[in-house]
Design a protein around this ligand. Structure first.
Ligand code: SER
Length: 318
């Protein structure tokens, strides 16, 4: 059985991936890590947890040695909107810590999964059905770091034989932990506001299409790619994956089927809007489907029903 270290385990993906991986691989085989120990967190309290700041190599090495780790799922990252307000921090966290993880993986013979993003695309590429192998000229610091991360992962794979794998995640929609300052976050906030206030003011304009995915599909993508037969992988870093593509008015229309009084208004944030417009309208994920059987389960309709019922239950208890 694998011995997995998850960095950034308290974040939007990590908080659900940790629970999912404990179910798939066994609680004893998953070591979650983060920079805090929040009280009541199942990530911290229901399994193995290590305090790790990924800017400190020795903290990662100690955990790898102590738990005999063979697989590192490296999630700690700064998202796009925050990256624009602090580009140096975005570079240090997203590229600096990934490089440390790759070096440790080389020395201790670990495989590495780390997410890339739709943000690797910026200008001069095909915006509709963006191909797997496409020109990358990102215009955000986040995109620059994710594109660099793909190159680093490929380099460590080709040069040193480290088993590196990744996906270009679109906006991820989830009901457990809020995303921390991304451009696609509107598609999460809209569900919370629909339940709390029956109204949402969107910082992304109508007509702006971006790819999205419900978290259960994202968790499957990570585990399925980690477990994929390497002989079948033509690509590695990183695969286009998507489940749906929509603009804010489409998710609002879907919410209205459940909450007829719901209203969307627009108060566009120019920085986030410019980022959104630089990203694909839709991705072509054929390579992922062909090479490791990627096949998402949720669409906008089924995701909306599930999000609203889970959030209703959660917000009632808050
Ligand atoms: N969800 C991310 C963001 O908006 C994109 O990968 O920053």
């Amino acid at each position: 059985m694998r011995k997995i270290l998850i960095t950034g385990a308290l974040g939007q993906i990590g908080s659900e991936l940790t629970v999912h991986m404990r179910e798939v691989y066994g609680t004893a085989n998953v070591v979650a890590s983060g920079r805090r120990t929040p009280k009541g967190s199942v990530v911290v309290e229901d399994g193995i947890f290590e305090l790790i700041d990924t800017s400190d190599v020795s903290q990662i090495v100690n955990a790898v040695k102590k738990h005999k780790i063979d697989t590192i799922v490296h999630l700690s990252a700064i998202l796009s909107a925050v990256g624009e307000s602090d580009p140096v921090k975005a570079w240090d966290v997203n590229v600096g810590s990934l490089l440390k993880v790759l070096e440790i993986a080389r020395e201790y013979n670990c495989s590495v999964f780390t997410p890339s993003s739709i943000a690797v695309f910026g200008v001069g590429y095909q915006k509709m059905k963006t191909p797997q192998d496409e020109y990358q000229r990102p215009t955000t610091m986040y995109g620059v770091t994710k594109s660099s991360g793909e190159l680093l992962c490929d380099y460590y794979s080709k040069r040193f034989g480290v088993d590196t794998r990744g996906v270009r995640f679109p906006g991820l929609i989830s009901n457990v932990t809020l995303p921390g300052g991304g451009t696609t976050d509107y598609a999460v906030h809209i569900y919370y506001e629909a339940i709390k206030n029956k109204k949402y003011s969107s910082f992304i304009n109508k007509g702006t299409y971006m790819d999205m995915m419900y978290m259960p599909d994202a968790l499957d993508a990570i585990v399925n790619l980690i477990e994929a037969d390497p002989a079948k992988l033509i690509h590695r870093n990183a695969f286009n994956v998507t489940a749906m593509s929509f603009a804010p008015e489409h998710v609002a229309d879907e919410i209205k089927k459940h909450i007829p009084e719901f209203e969307i208004v627009y108060d566009v944030d120019p920085v986030k809007q410019a980022i959104a417009e630089s990203w694909p309208d839709s991705l072509d994920d054929t390579a992922a489907r062909e090479e490791w059987d990627w096949n998402p389960k949720y669409n906008l309709q089924t995701m909306t029903s599930d999000m609203l019922s889970k959030l209703r239950a959660k917000l009632k208890n808050e």
